[in-house]
Design a protein around this ligand. Structure first.
Ligand code: ACM
Length: 262
């Protein structure tokens, strides 16, 4: 399976410019799975709930159509972050598409800092998508700090995790090596780079998008700043044997009754 990330520097509120940047970066790229950053087409630093609602889209609108065209051009399933409107709520979500259908949506469960002011927390749980013959789990950025996120996806049968991010703290890439070891799973973390100053906030996003294997080895690492696309070959079947020793299975050895505080 050929999997990759797209790292770039979105311009806030400039959807068409961001579409063009991504399209240019993916010219002549072919893959099976491509992961784009969190909120890739809108930017990250919202200053009001009104703004997040104004920039949000429903499934099937402009960003979905753009991503489906991208899926057509690259042959890939695409996972990308967007503000998603559903009834009267807006979620920090990821959409999963191929060239002919919307495979699904994931709404970020663990919101970071002021995201709590602009978005509703996802309330549909983690999801694993069938992208035959593989099972694809999705989590978004700050979900990484909760080991329960990747653990839940592994328990649900994910072979690999697509992880769109807008990272502002320096710990995630290192942590993802542990997340991948403890679940014996692949992960593709697609981060943005650059700075964004709006309202009272100024964020520096750290790039270093990363593909990590089930042994915690970093197979690909993007630069701290600068556009970067990398597509590498992995065998997701290598994630399926959860035995680290003949007598230790990462999932079935769990002793859940001792993980509860009653
Ligand atoms: C983050 O969750 N975007 C830090």
């Amino acid at each position: 399976m050929r999997v990759g990330y797209v790292q770039f520097n979105p311009v806030f509120g400039a959807r068409q410019i961001n579409f063009k940047k991504v399209q240019k970066l993916l010219k002549n790229v072919q893959a099976d799975l491509l992961v784009l950053p969190e909120l890739f087409a809108t930017g990250y630093t919202f200053t009001s709930k009104q703004e997040s609602h104004d920039l949000a889209e429903e499934t099937g609108e402009e960003t979905t159509i753009f991503l489906q065209n991208l899926a057509k051009d690259t042959g890939a399933v695409i996972v990308a972050g967007l503000p998603l409107k559903k009834q009267d709520k807006v979620y920090n979500a990821a959409i999963i598409v191929n060239d002919h259908e919307v495979i699904g949506m994931y709404e970020k469960i663990h919101l970071f800092n002021k995201e709590k002011l602009w978005f509703s927390p996802g309330d549909e749980g983690f999801k694993v998508f069938d992208i035959r013959p593989w099972k694809l789990g999705v989590m978004i950025c700050w979900d990484w700090i909760f080991p329960e996120s990747s653990r839940t996806l592994a328990l649900m049968g994910a072979d690999l995790i697509a992880h769109p991010t807008n990272l502002v703290l320096p710990y995630c890439q290192k942590a993802m090596t542990t997340r991948c070891i403890e679940n014996h799973i692949f992960a593709i973390t697609a981060n943005r780079y650059g700075s964004e100053a709006r309202g009272d906030d100024k964020f520096e996003f750290g790039g270093q998008s990363q593909i990590t294997n089930p042994w915690g080895e970093v197979l690909s690492s993007g630069p701290k700043t600068g556009d970067s696309v990398d597509v590498i070959e992995i065998d997701p079947a290598l994630s399926r044997d959860k035995k680290l020793t003949p007598l230790n299975d990462l999932l079935t050895d769990r002793r859940e009754k001792y993980y509860r505080i009653s």
